[in-house]
Design a protein around this ligand. Structure first.
Ligand SMILES: [Zn+2]
Ligand SMILES: [Zn+2]
Length: 240
């Protein structure tokens, strides 16, 4: 499937169960997340579709270190010159690689509220074995701008993962890269699981303070108009 333009210069590509995003920035081509293991060919194909080569990929920015987001990171590091950015809380997971089993991990991961979500959680959450260790070049904490793009704000948004980052690109009325803070599958709602749901709720409420026309998600389609209004409608009324 070819990459889908969300706004000029910003593209969504679905690889397996997760979305990754390509951004043409003045500092070079940027990839947000890397999909499940084995997604590198589809990502390189998408880069080719944009008229670029693997050498043009300068930055890989990771929202959080779940296997469906870091699965092809090590492979892409071998194939491109890209530097990798992640929050320090999730850096170790990417560097270690190995097995990821959300139900038997030292970091707990629990289903989000709702019966259906609980059912999907049990159906779809499976362990990943033998993830390849990856290199981390730059740690991002939130509150700063991406070092190569001063129009992209880094927002610490823990909960789904305690090292989760969201990104706000301040062009085209604002584009929020929401990672797995929540999902849009098929409507704006919880992600399947949270490391800490209460912390996750606070992050979702925090994000209500930002203005963005579009929002993209690790799972589910993009919202291309009035996204922050919809965000506030869904998450602004959470207690606390
Ligand atoms: Zn996740
Ligand atoms: Zn995910």
């Amino acid at each position: 499937m070819p990459p889908k333009q969300i706004v000029p210069g910003f593209y969504e590509l679905r690889v397996g169960i997760a979305n990754v995003f390509l951004l043409e920035s003045p500092g070079g081509l940027v990839l947000f997340d890397t999909g499940v293991p084995g997604s590198q060919d589809a990502i390189l194909q998408a880069i080719h579709t944009l008229g670029k080569t693997p050498q043009d990929l300068k930055h890989i920015v990771i929202t959080h270190a779940h296997p469906d987001h870091i699965g092809s990171l090590a492979a892409l590091q071998r194939l491109t010159p890209a530097r990798t950015y992640i929050h320090p809380v999730d850096a170790g997971v990417a560097q270690r690689g190995g097995d990821f089993d959300p139900r038997h991990d030292t970091r707990p991961f629990n289903p989000a509220p709702g019966l259906l979500v609980g059912m999907l959680f049990r159906m779809f959450l499976r362990p990943y074995r033998g993830l390849e260790p990856a290199r981390i070049d730059v740690e991002l904490r939130g509150g700063e701008r991406l070092p190569f793009a001063d129009d992209i704000e880094v927002i610490f948004a823990p909960g789904h993962s305690m090292g989760e980052l969201a990104f706000l690109w301040k062009q085209h009325g604002g584009v929020l890269i929401a990672g797995d803070t929540c999902a849009n599958l098929p409507v704006l709602d919880w992600s399947l699981g949270y490391e800490n749901l209460e912390v996750g709720k606070r992050s979702l409420k925090e994000l209500c303070h930002y203005q963005f026309e579009a929002a993209v998600f690790g799972h589910g389609g993009a919202i291309t108009r009035g996204a922050s209004d919809r965000w506030r409608k869904r998450w602004g009324t959470l207690p606390g």
